[in-house]
Design a protein around this ligand. Structure first.
Ligand SMILES: [Cu+2]
Length: 195
């Protein structure tokens, strides 16, 4: 369903237009019809867990910082991973030099590498963000390591974390603690229990 008034808006707005034009009438009829109401609740649940609607992002100069998140962990876990996608729309390369958060004693940049069939972690000084390119910090690959967690990473919560870039400077983002829908449950976090 296309709406002319949506065409000139930024990329998140078409979704809002669809919600406004398709969802609100549906919502109104749902209130009068129990079966539709059940479907509506299911749809809301799907939207809440899909991450699509709730994905959050940030701009810093030419950098576009998308969906910073961390995996929920049991309260006993000493360390956790945090993940984010960073796009560079500029002609100048940048570098992620590090990060800090009150949530952990130390925050490091790590990478995972295969050595003799084992996944091992290695600390990185920085992550290059190429001009007109992107990097993904993700489970099983480059990630932010939150070492010495001061509070458990509980699903549905969030906490601030400051990313430090060579050129774009410092950017504070909100890390959402959530179970990913598109990644395997077992991953690098398990390896980190042994720090
Ligand atoms: Cu790590």
């Amino acid at each position: 369903m296309a709406h002319a008034q949506c065409d000139n808006l930024p990329r998140h707005f078409p979704l809002m237009c669809v919600l406004e034009f398709a969802f609100i009438p549906f919502f109104e009829t749902a209130m009068k019809n129990p079966i539709r109401l059940v479907r509506l609740i299911g749809l809301l649940g799907l939207l809440a867990t899909s991450g699509g609607v709730l994905a959050h992002d940030y701009k810093a100069g030419e950098l576009h910082i998308m969906h910073p998140w961390a995996r929920p962990l049991p309260a006993v876990a000493p360390n956790g991973g945090a993940f984010v996608t960073i796009m560079n729309h500029g002609a100048q390369a940048d570098r992620l030099l590090g990060a800090r958060t009150e949530r952990a004693a130390v925050t490091e940049i790590h990478t995972m590498e295969h050595h003799d069939g084992l996944m091992k972690m290695r600390q990185l000084e920085a992550v290059d963000i190429p001009a007109n390119g992107q990097v993904q910090l993700q489970p099983g690959a480059q990630h932010l390591m939150l070492m010495g967690l001061k509070q458990p990473l509980e699903a549905g919560t969030s906490f601030p974390l400051t990313l430090i870039f060579e050129h774009a400077g410092e950017v504070t983002v909100e890390i959402k603690v959530e179970q990913p829908v598109d990644a395997p449950v077992a991953d690098s976090n398990d390896a980190h229990q042994n720090h």
